[in-house]
Design a protein around this ligand. Structure first.
Ligand code: TEU
Length: 559
């Protein structure tokens, strides 16, 4: 199998918020097809398509009720085939989002399973008797609030749901279930999709003992040690690889909350025959207090660098890294790691892009990142849509763990809807996203941040991303070079070096709004013009002293 994805760049589309062609206020597949020339111009190779399967949208498509049908809101299977064909003309591959840790409670399997203890589909899900005192089988807390167990009066048992109660967990111990999942994957691969992003795939094997977890501030137990990276997860992934993935030239990335570098070596190791890469959460988890993302705290650049360095070194010559700042679950990159003040928004966005795209691994661009989109501050909770946010708002306020102002600030800083406000295509109403009423309000700053504007500006962030993508194609060192952190303890600069054959690539990024003077090892001589920079201010001061302007990023190729 060729590892073609090693020099690929992936663009994530959250279809609901990408482009609406029907006027119903919801993005659709025809809207994606319409924008493929735009994505071709950017130069990306693969689209990671968040779920487009039939769903009641309790969790915006991450609750699937029919894996073989397209969600009504998004269009038809013919629309999907058309999108595949047009993408193929641009040599853009489509990676589907595979959500197989759980289904919707409206999936026919669950309707059958719930109907009786003797139903053939009963064991497709995880049912347990109450504890002798009638309480749920374990004290685990669900990701979207409450217990991970929901009681069914009819069959007098609880079923497990690590997320919402409308997302019952599948029982991967059941071989027939696994066979159905593999058949479904082949159904999509046989259509010509290129692979899968696998939703919380390291949750599919649970500790068969189902023990209680350590009590947390939420009042529930922490079940994560008993459902993350469980006892059979590698058996299942190796079986999936044998039965499905090995039959196609696929790209696979496993979303793995709570996975560390050592575990990632097992999931992505060359001789492991499991997955190509993983999404870890260590960097996006920085600055989380005892209430997690809803108690955001300051983070230090040295912490961020330590995480990136450990993953760069840990997987080098062993596995492969995915590289991302944001996705549909995370705040916007510029707001989270850069500086969204208008004076620095674009420049810090280009700096973040430089820092990420010059690393070893496959970069992922989340829709709108190439426009310099930012978080949104809605004044009313009524404008938010994400069940994670709405449940947390009700729960944390009712338990007086946060005031409303603290909660609204936390939502503004870390809420998932920051990434889910519609794409800004133009200065037209609703940013050109829809002629109708958008399912979620558009960020009011679409008038100054939109595709029309960046496509008209030669020095825009769009063309900066375009150049970064191009450089990856032109310079093998970016794909294959080793990684070495420079200035490890510097609190303002993220500087590193890539080495490959006779070349060195030196990447210098200022993560602050201050001008910073610094020195580099004598072995490094930055005499060339930068390969790419977001600020043409010369950085050389004297023989070994340099300076970077606020949010300046510069890359030097030393032959
Ligand atoms: O997210 C998994 C996951 O862990 C997220 O819940 C993440 O921890 C949280 O959003 C951060 O606040 C995946 C999907 O990406 C997410 O959209 C789904 O809601 C979730 O699984 C359930 O399918």
């Amino acid at each position: 199998m060729t590892q073609w994805w090693k020099d690929a760049v992936v663009y994530q589309i959250y279809p609901r918020s990408f482009n609406d062609t029907t006027g119903n206020g919801i993005g659709d597949i025809k809207g994606i097809t319409e924008k493929l020339p735009y994505l071709n111009r950017l130069g990306i190779d693969v689209i990671w398509l968040s779920p487009v399967y039939q769903s009641p949208n309790d969790d915006n498509g991450y609750d699937i009720s029919d894996y073989h049908a397209i969600m009504d809101d998004f269009g038809t299977m013919d629309d999907f085939h058309e999108m595949l064909n047009v993408a193929d003309q641009f040599n853009i591959k489509i990676m589907m989002d595979l959500v197989v840790n759980h289904t919707s409670d409206e999936h026919k399997w669950f309707i059958e399973s719930k109907s009786s203890k003797n139903n053939p589909y009963r064991d497709y899900y995880i049912w347990k008797d109450p504890k002798p005192n009638g309480e749920p089988p374990t004290n685990w807390g669900a990701h979207f609030g409450g217990s991970t167990w929901e009681y069914d009066e009819q069959t007098e048992q609880y079923y497990l749901h690590l997320f919402s109660k409308k997302q019952p967990d599948l029982n991967w111990e059941n071989e027939s279930l696994r066979r159905d999942i593999y058949d479904m994957m082949l159904f999509w691969l046989d259509k010509g999709v290129a692979g899968f992003r696998m939703d919380v795939i390291n949750m599919i094997s649970k500790d068969p003992e189902y023990p209680d977890g350590e009590l947390q501030a939420t009042g529930f137990g922490d079940g994560a040690p008993f459902y993350l990276n469980g006892p059979k997860v590698h058996d299942y992934l190796q079986e999936m690889n044998r039965e499905v993935l090995s039959k196609h030239e696929t790209i696979t990335v496993g979303e793995m909350p709570g996975a560390n570098v050592e575990q990632a070596k097992l999931y992505t190791g060359k001789d492991r025959d499991e997955l190509d890469m993983v999404f870890h959460f260590e960097h996006v988890g920085l600055g989380e207090g005892e209430l997690g993302k809803f108690s955001p705290e300051e983070w230090r650049l040295t912490e961020l660098k330590e995480i990136f360095s450990s993953w760069q070194k840990g997987l080098d010559q062993v596995g492969w890294n995915s590289l991302y700042w944001s996705n549909h679950d995370q705040p916007r990159a510029i707001s989270r790691f850069g500086d969204e003040r208008e004076r620095y928004r674009v420049k810090s966005g280009k700096m973040l892009a430089t820092c990420l795209h010059m690393l070893k691994g496959t970069p992922y661009i989340f829709q709108g990142e190439e426009l310099g989109m930012t978080n949104v501050r809605f004044d009313s909770i009524q404008d938010y849509r994400d069940l994670e946010t709405l449940n947390a708002y009700d729960d944390l306020l009712s338990r007086k763990l946060l005031t409303e102002n603290e909660m609204m600030e936390a939502i503004y800083q870390r809420g998932r809807d920051n990434a889910r406000t519609p794409m800004h295509w133009s200065n037209d109403k609703n940013g050109g996203f829809t002629e109708g009423t958008p399912w979620i309000p558009v960020n009011p700053n679409y008038t100054t941040i939109n595709a029309d504007l960046v496509l008209d500006q030669p020095d825009s962030i769009f063309y900066y991303y375009q150049k970064l993508i191009q450089l990856r194609k032109e310079h093998e060192i970016i794909v294959e070079g080793t990684y070495e952190d420079l200035l490890k303890d510097h609190e303002s600069l993220f500087c590193y070096k890539r080495v490959y054959k006779e070349q060195e690539l030196v990447v210098l990024c200022n993560f602050t709004d201050n001008r910073v003077e610094f020195e580099l090892p004598e072995s490094i001589e930055l005499t060339e013009e930068p390969l790419i920079t977001n600020d043409s201010t010369p950085i050389i001061q004297s023989d070994q002293t340099y300076q970077l302007e606020p949010y300046q990023a510069s890359v030097y190729l030393i032959q």
